[in-house]
Ligand binder design. Structure first.
Ligand code: AMP
Ligand code: GLY
Length: 413
């Protein structure tokens, strides 16, 4: 059996490890208590000290720090771009410059490190006002508001470095776009690109998309509103010029190009690129690909994506259970009820898998909360309605004090 190392400690890595483990031996570093309870090996070791046929890097930070380059320098096969490719996510100012050079449709923007200039530019924009930090901010560095004064205050706070430190000392101000959002995760082996089925993520903390932006409160796939025709359009107008530009810059991008796309009345526009699997998108996508995940990812890392079969089946809905106080001040230490010793449902529901993110075990061996997003509960089924019903049936069985959960994931689909 092939051996595989997954780098990371969230529900995304749990889902990747679970999918890869169907056909390979998987080790996760560092992993978490829920992954280990699910029977997947977790080790506290630098990936550089491990050996495997395939390395899959989950989070953006190690990619931006150059881990994929270091592994490749050791001759390893890796899913995840090197430092140069990761800049597409690591700096929004770089990404916007890249998109302009590539001719990719995106929101108009300005990048500023001077407060007066930033606010002067903001005054020329129409609401909604969009203010972003330049660097990595775990999905929380974006403000979208109709309130001009709130936008100005946000510019000041971000430029002061108070909110995001160095990541925030340049702000991006963008034209506000309107429409449905889609996460299109595109596999790229350096020269060939293939889209996974489109997913939709729910970014706001509250029902009906109210409240603060988060890392993602739930997702479903396939996103039916993103028709095959629209996928083709995004591949032609957004992904193809991006690949051309990557090649022009000499970047051998092997990993996931995650396009955050807004379906505007004037066609699809790119909101942002991430250079990795989405979270919670991965928790809905992995179950759809059955036993095919290892082969697909081995082809991405090995530059053999041309000719791969991508066979997705069924529907999946993921609901995130977040800790009390998420996203601003998540509380740790709340006991999670309804899980068995293996971290899955004590009272199983068909088609449901629980992926762990911010959970750990207390001195008595009970699962307790230890991070913002605690669990991602995925229901899979033959229809979206069945997948959703299963996911929410499981959500009702897993409780902890003050949990933050949306009740409308995939409701309007
Ligand atoms: P980002 O991290 O850039 O994807 O932004 C987080 C979220 O903010 C996106 O998923 C959108 O919901 C929203 N957003 C970002 N940019 C814009 C924009 N230009 N217009 C409207 N909404 C936006
Ligand atoms: N779901 C949003 C992200 O992974 O960045």
């Amino acid at each position: 059996m092939s051996r595989c190392v997954v780098v990371g400690s969230g529900a995304r890595e749990h889902a990747l490890a679970w999918g890869l483990a169907k056909t390979s031996d998987v080790v996760v570093t560092p992993g978490n208590a829920g992954i280990a309870a699910h029977g997947i090996a977790c080790v506290e070791a630098s990936p550089l000290e491990l050996s495997a046929d395939l390395f899959v890097i989950g989070p953006e930070q190690p990619l931006v720090d150059g881990l994929a380059d270091q592994l490749r320098a050791q001759g390893k096969t890796v899913v995840g771009p090197g430092l140069e490719g990761a800049r597409l996510e690591g700096s929004k100012a770089y990404m916007k410059e890249f998109l302009s050079a590539a001719g990719v449709p995106t929101a108009g923007f300005g990048a500023f490190d001077d407060e007066r200039e930033a606010i002067g530019f903001l005054a020329t924009m129409q609401p909604p006002y969009v203010v972003k930090t330049d660097g990595l901010a775990a999905g929380k560095g974006v403000l979208v508001t109709d309130d001009f004064d709130e936008a100005c205050a946000d510019v000041r706070e971000k430029l002061s470095g108070a909110a995001f430190g160095d990541a925030g000392t340049t702000v991006i101000i963008e034209e506000g776009l309107d429409g449905e959002e889609c996460s299109l995760l595109v596999l790229c082996d350096g020269t060939t690109t293939r889209p996974l089925v489109p997913a939709q993520d729910f970014k706001r903390v509250g029902d009906a998309n109210q409240g603060a932006n988060t890392g993602g409160m739930g997702a479903y796939a396939p996103m039916v509103a993103m028709t095959p025709l629209l996928v083709d359009q995004v591949m032609a107008e957004i992904i193809a010029p991006t690949l051309d530009e990557l090649l022009r810059r000499g970047i051998d991008f092997r990993g996931v190009l995650y396009a955050g796309v807004m379906l505007t009345s004037r066609g699809p526009k790119l909101l942002e690129y991430n250079v990795r699997f989405g979270d919670p998108e991965t928790e809905v996508l992995v179950p759809l690909y059955g036993e095919g995940l290892f082969d697909l990812l081995a082809r991405v890392g090995g530059g053999r994506l041309d000719g791969a079969t991508l066979a997705a089946q069924g529907f999946a809905v993921t609901v995130v259970l977040a800790a009390h106080g998420y996203p601003q001040h998540p509380r740790a230490g709340d006991v999670i009820h309804g899980l068995g010793a293996d971290g899955q449902l004590a009272e199983p529901v068909e088609g449901v898998i629980i992926f762990h993110a911010g959970s750990t075990r207390d001195a008595e061996g009970r699962f307790v909360t230890s991070g913002g997003r605690v669990l991602a509960i995925t229901g899979a089924g033959a229809t979206m309605a069945q997948a959703r019903e299963r996911a929410y049936r499981a959500v009702a069985l897993v409780t902890f004090e003050g949990r933050v959960v949306r009740s409308d994931i995939a409701l309007a689909v």
